[in-house]
Each structure stands twice: as C-alpha cells, then as structure tokens.
Design a protein around this ligand. Sequence first.
Ligand code: ADP
Ligand code: AMP
Length: 216
Amino acid sequence: MVLILLGPPGVGKGTQAVRLADELGAAHVSTGDLLRAARREGTELGQRAQKYMDAGELVPDHLILDLVKEHLRGIDPGTHVLFDGFPRTTAQATGLESVLEASSRRVDRVVLFEATDETIVQRLSGRRSCPECGAVYNVYFSAPKSEGKCDRCGAALLQRSDDAPATVRKRLEVYREQTAPLIGFYESSGAAFDRIRADRPVDEVYADFLGAVGKG
Ligand code: ADP
Ligand code: AMP
C-alpha cells in the first residue's frame, strides 16, 4: 500500500504516521524529517533547503523529487509506504506518479487530516521534537515524562524555529495556495480518499485513521 497523509502543517500527520508505521511495519517517509537530517549532516541539499525552510516556504520541487526517489531506492518495493508532508504541490504529485510507475506501484489511498487554524497554531507553539529519534511531543497535550528530554532515547528536545508564530502563519498560507489544490487532484485520481477531523484527542483520530485504511 502507498498511502499519503495530506493536511496542513501541525495537524498531526507525523504523530499518526509514526503510530501506523509501527503497527504495520511500514516505511514512514517524511520529507520534512529527511530535509532536517540533511541540514544536520550539512549536505549540499541541506544547505540549499535551509533558506526556504527558515522562511516557511516550499523547497523547490526538483530537489524534493530527487530526495524522494533516492530514499525510495532503499525501501523494498513490497513494503507499505506512508508519505507524510509529501507531495505538497501538483508537480510533486505527478512526479510521484512517474516514480511509482517505474516499480508498478501507484498511490492507493489518501487521508486528509483537517483542523482549524486556531488548533494548528496552538499545537505548533507547544511542539517539541527529538533531533535524534524523531519522536514528537507537545507541552500542552503530550509532554515528555521528564521535561525537555526524549522518553525514547533521552536526547534533549528542541523547539523547531519554523514553529514560531510568524513562520507558522506563512506555512499555513503556503499550504492553502500550493498544497490544498491536491485535495481536488486526489479526489478525482482513483485513489481511495478519506477526510478525518483531526481536532480531537490522538487516540480518537487514530481510531478513525485505522478505519480509513481498512485496519479498524
Ligand atoms: P504534522 O506532522 O502534521 O506537522 P505533528 O504530528 O508534528 O504534525 O503534530 C503537531 C503537534 O501537535 C505535536 O506537538 C503533536 O504532539 C501535537 N498533536 C498531534 N496530534 C494531536 C492531537 N490529536 N491532539 C493534540 N495534540 C496533537
Ligand atoms: P514539515 O516537517 O513537513 O512541516 O516540513 C518543514 C519544512 O520543510 C517545510 O516548511 C518546507 O520548507 C520543507 N518541506 C518539507 N516537505 C516538503 C515538500 N514535500 N515540498 C517542499 N518543501 C518541503
């Protein structure tokens, strides 16, 4: 199964994807995580992506498509893949189709997570992320057991600089202009399409998510 988790930044896609990937033994492919890893490692891609990420803008499509193509090479074609934060433009969606076609695959399902801007701004202001293992916490809703420290690996948690309110506003604007058109694209694509109200507790959202992917 190739599944896309679609929705605005901060709606909870990563939280849900990690959980489903654990349960299904699926590969979780988050382009945001891959870009942040490239930045930490100081690769050429990381350096080129930096100014866009810091401004809350999208990294150019060709860089993202090369990144995804390369990453998919390391994943067995029989493995379920959960895309999180990708695709974000129509050009990325059509590029993904070509990449998948090369291994006789297609996008099987798209799940759209929806919440109000107010919910999103609050969630992002409280988000804390582990730079080592990628675990995500929230100081309001799911705080780590020991303040500022990752429950899973003990690393010091970070607040993402692009979660500052002004950058969040920019990212929401970019979502509406460049990514929301993918809703219509996928509704008429032949892939199974579901909408989930994500402004509820994580377990309730997850129950709906499992139902949408036929595992409920
Ligand atoms: P995205 O991957 O869509 O950007 P995340 O999964 O990183 O979003 O979630 C953003 C923040 O909101 C994180 O701090 C996360 O812990 C928190 N969060 C995610 N889902 C929920 C939920 N259903 N209720 C409350 N907080 C949530
Ligand atoms: P995310 O972790 O998904 O919130 O992404 C953080 C930032 O990485 C975004 O604001 C973009 O600058 C960049 N990014 C992540 N995924 C993509 C993508 N598919 N296309 C373009 N830019 C991306």
